[in-house]
Design a protein around this ligand. Structure first.
Ligand code: FBP
Length: 700
């Protein structure tokens, strides 16, 4: 057959109706999903909405926010209520033709397309002449006036779907006079009434500054709380919850949980791997905590809890010596690895040479020694960029160059006896780290000056220490596989040996009721095994170790094998859960209400997310009063405060109380939980994140 006739064949195969059906990108699951209509809050069933100022929420306003955001700092919480009857003037204003621009900023988060859908539907209902423009590739689209007009077809093709593919996203920060003026030009050229920024803490910070800048131009700026990290949670000074979580968190957590549960199932079937799962979340460990509650993995580390750790032994020692040991406060990398080793050793003792560990990607932020490096390096890179034409990473493209630069800094400080952010001690400690870790710590900061935790192999750093220490424990005879008593007996009896004759010589707990036998600590090799048997008189000098005994010994030697997984980008791109479909859609409707009621510098939010949908309430939260000063690129900047895991919350306490059970370092089955796959219908999908449900108990 000639090449030509072959290609003809495949072309006719491709035209076959069944092949077409198999290979089309449209399938019934997709169609069902895009046709799903999320329910709307009662306020949005009315033809019009209005705002009711709620003075009962109090914020502690930072003086820098008062100074830098004077026109929006007095904004109040606004409740959105539906109104059926309105006067002509209001009706006219509410339904006037509007031009609105929307941009996605930062990492994708499931539910984003529904924000656009909700906004689009509300705009169309108020006035079909209104125009919605989507800026392409994130804030760059605003700076470069690169946009598309969002049409009904585009919206319909993306309803309830994950990703931000409709208009894409980017991480550029609009942070210079020049960029602000470019943004103003674009908004004016498009005659925008409002600009909607769908983003995380940094993007909402940007929204506040743009709201201030555009105040006199009459262009409203509204933020939308997006991020899978779940670190946008707003409470007032009295702890009253205004925004329990950002959209995207639930889906990402459910996606990670589903995949990690699959690993639990695999691990407990072939019983030979420890699966190490790094999960996204930048700094905060909300995602790791939610995954822990959803799946019950054997070990979950929560960064926030490391900070409060106090090493009492070190403190006592220092007190006796009349000194203060500052390193006793906060957990070190070594401490963390020891905790993991302890858990691995305990599971091995009951025959479980496998398990699942969840490590939040931002864990290092909470480890004292590493946090100091991150702050110092941020400062060094920030100062370098501020004083040189080229930026630090272009000037020193390879690791060796960067290390040289740091070495020179330390040397100069030493020779000139001057104070330097980087001293010889820092340099020595830094040079002790593995090069892949040094590279990670020196990695380029994002445009907001954030350390890029997702680029650092946190899991490998920690597990490297774990492996080293397990080796030491094995050499000391403390890390052993527990041997099932029955298996031991059967193995010896089959070979005609008496189990009770050898048992007390081999095992430290032979004369107990324990189901698993632990080889004596002194037996760490075939040689020491032989010596033990000889000194107990059960074999003669030069006599070979009986084969079944050798077999039992070998079974007691643990083989620690790991598999690494990173859960981040996959969950970020997942199609949204019912919660995120509904939350995103109602946020979009909320955005329109805020715009149509003429406010600016507000963040769209839904109150009572932790409760049943019937209690969800749309509202606007003022952004400026939530801001505080934070170190960015070595400088203090006014930003929206990130919310971290509260170790006093019910969700954390429940996790802390059950983690020993979930470690399952006892004979018997593991306690893994199957959260099931993601759906978009409430009937088959958990209604909201478990941390929200549990933390709601704090308020009841
Ligand atoms: P946002 O804060 O922009 O929502 O992004 C969250 C996140 O997914 C983090 O969890 C992660 O550390 C980071 O983005 C990864 O960034 P990038 O997409 O630039 O690799």
């Amino acid at each position: 057959m000639s090449a030509n006739s072959k290609s003809k064949d495949i072309n006719s195969v491709l035209k076959h109706p069944e092949v077409e059906e198999c290979t089309t990108s449209i399938n019934s699951a997709l169609l069902e999903r895009i046709h799903f209509s999320p329910p709307v809050c009662p306020a949005f069933s009315a033809p019009c909405t209005e705002l009711v100022e709620d003075d009962s929420y109090e914020f502690q306003i930072h003086p820098a926010a008062r100074e830098q955001l004077p026109d929006i700092i007095k904004n109040k919480v606004q409740r959105i209520i539906g109104v059926d009857k309105v006067n002509e003037a209001k009706k006219k204003d509410y339904g006037k033709k509007r031009n609105i621009g929307v941009v996605f900023s930062g990492g994708p988060a499931p539910g984003g397309h529904n924000v656009i859908a909700g906004l689009f539907d509300a705009m169309q209902a108020a006035n079909p002449e209104s125009r919605l423009y989507g800026f392409l590739l994130g804030p760059d689209g605003i700076l470069e006036n690169d946009y598309v007009e969002i049409t009904a077809d585009m919206v319909d093709a993306h309803r309830n779907l994950g990703g931000f593919s409709m208009i894409k996203t980017g991480r550029t920060k609009i942070d210079s006079r020049e960029k602000i003026e470019l943004a103003r030009e674009t908004c004016k050229a498009l005659k925008l009434d409002a600009l909607i920024i769908v983003g995380g803490d940094d993007s909402n910070t940007n929204a506040a500054f743009l709201a201030q800048e555009f105040y006199k131009d009459g262009i409203q700026v509204i933020g939308v709380p997006k991020t899978i990290d779940g670190d946008i949670q707003v409470r007032d000074v009295n702890g009253r919850v205004l925004c329990a979580i950002s959209f995207g968190f639930h889906t990402a957590a459910r996606s990670f949980a589903h995949n990690i549960n699959n690993l639990c199932s695999d691990a407990s079937s072939d019983v030979k791997y420890w699966h190490v799962c790094k999960v996204m979340g930048r700094v905060a460990s909300h995602l790791a905590l939610e995954v822990a509650l959803q799946v019950h993995p054997n070990i979950t580390l929560i960064g926030e809890e490391m900070v409060d750790y106090v090493d009492t032994k070190r403190i006592e020692k220092a007190e006796k010596e009349g000194t203060i040991d500052y390193t006793a406060y906060g957990m070190t990398l070594r401490h963390v690895s020891r905790r993991i080793c302890d858990a691995i050793v305990r599971r091995a003792a009951v025959g479980k040479n496998y398990g699942v560990i969840v490590i939040p990607e931002g864990l290092l932020e909470f480890i004292n020694e590493i946090q100091i490096f991150i702050i110092k390096l941020n400062t060094i890179i920030g100062e370098y960029n501020a004083t040189h034409d080229t930026d630090f990473h272009s000037a020193f493209p390879v690791l060796e160059d960067k290390l040289d630069y740091l070495r020179r800094m330390a040397r100069l400080a030493r020779e000139n006896r001057t104070f330097s952010v980087w001293n010889t001690r820092d340099d020595d400690l830094f040079n002790d780290l593995p090069s892949f870790f040094q590279e990670g710590l020196l990695t380029e900061r994002d445009s907001h000056g954030n350390f890029q935790f997702s680029q650092v192999e946190t899991d490998k750093v920690i597990m490297g220490l774990v492996k080293d220490y397990l080796k030491i424990l094995a050499e000391r005879g403390e890390y052993k596989m527990g041997i099932k008593r029955q298996w031991y007996k059967r193995t010896l009896e089959l070979a005609g040996l008496l189990p009770d004759y050898y048992g007390p010589v081999l095992f430290r707990n032979y004369n107990t009721e324990d189901e698993f036998l632990l080889m004596k600590k002194s037996i760490v090799s075939l040689k020491t095994l032989g010596q033990e048997l000889i000194s107990a008189g059960v074999i003669q000098k030069k006599q070979a170790i009986p084969k079944p005994i050798e077999q039992v010994y070998k079974a007691s030697v643990p083989k620690f094998k790991t598999q690494y997984h990173f859960y981040g980008y996959d969950g970020r791109g997942n199609d949204p859960t019912w919660f995120d479909c509904t939350y995103g859609y109602n946020l979009g409707r909320t955005v329109f209400s805020l715009v149509a009621n003429n406010v600016t510098g507000q963040m769209a939010a839904i109150r009572n997310l932790e409760k049943d949908f019937s209690e969800w309430e749309p509202m606007g939260i003022p952004i400026a009063p939530q801001m505080h000063l934070e170190e960015r690129k070595g400088k203090m900047e006014l930003v929206l405060e990130k919310s971290l895991v509260d170790v006093n919350s019910t969700a954390f306490k429940v996790f802390a109380a059950l983690r020993e059970k979930w470690l399952a370092a006892s004979p018997g089955p593991d306690c893994y939980r199957r959260p099931g796959p993601i759906r978009y219908t409430k009937e088959t999908e958990e209604a909201q994140p478990l941390i929200l449900k549990l933390n709601n108990l704090d308020n009841s």
